[in-house]
Design a protein around this ligand. Structure first.
Ligand SMILES: Cc1cc2nc3c(=O)[nH]c(=O)nc-3n(C[C@H](O)[C@H](O)[C@H](O)COP(=O)(O)O)c2cc1C
Length: 156
């Protein structure tokens, strides 16, 4: 089964996990790039977008999403939800995704944000093959274990 990792990362944490997963699976990884969206009000705009489902513009992806058997989607949690650039990605490319797995990073060490996976499944109209949730503190220090997630993916 061929896989590609597609992720958004504002400050590098989700990118770290994305690259780790890609390396383990020997799969390509590509980051979603927003067009615009900076400035001093960025944080508040990001919260508002994630809560409202508003989709920022993103650059076209280099990878051909529909040519992979599985897309592994990575997003930071924003306002308890999928980050808005990943919402844009799913709106534009979701129809070409054959099967999917997902991982999320978040600031709150006590909350695994399982509802974010439910939101992704609703957006995709598909069940996720595997999920992985990690707090940014643990992602940065390397205190996480990807093996159950990878085992689920390799079992398919
Ligand atoms: C706009 C915004 C909203 C966030 N909302 C939450 C949240 O609701 N819960 C949480 O645990 N962390 C929240 N965070 C923290 C990020 O999810 C966390 O730091 C994540 O690992 C960042 O990933 P990145 O470095 O790939 O961008 C938020 C961060 C930003 C920028």
């Amino acid at each position: 089964m061929t896989s590609a990792v597609i992720y958004f990362s504002k400050s590098g944490t989700t990118a770290t996990i994305a690259k780790h997963i890609a390396k383990e699976l020997d799969a390509p990884a590509e980051g979603i790039v927003r067009i615009g969206g900076g400035g001093v009000l960025a944080f508040f705009r990001e919260i508002a977008q994630s809560l409202s489902g508003k989709q920022p513009n993103i650059q076209p992806l280099s990878l051909d999403i529909s040519s992979y058997d599985r897309i592994i989607i990575g997003t930071p949690v924003w306002a308890g939800r999928v980050s808005s650039p990943v919402t844009s990605f799913l709106a534009q490319y979701g129809g070409g995704i054959q099967s999917a797995a997902a991982f999320i990073t978040h600031g709150d060490v006590k909350n695994p944000y399982s509802e974010v996976f439910e939101q992704l499944q609703t957006m995709l109209g598909k069940k996720l093959d595997a999920t992985f949730s990690v707090a940014s503190r643990d992602a940065k220090s390397g205190a996480y274990d990807l093996s159950p997630f990878l085992t689920n993916l390799r079992a398919e």
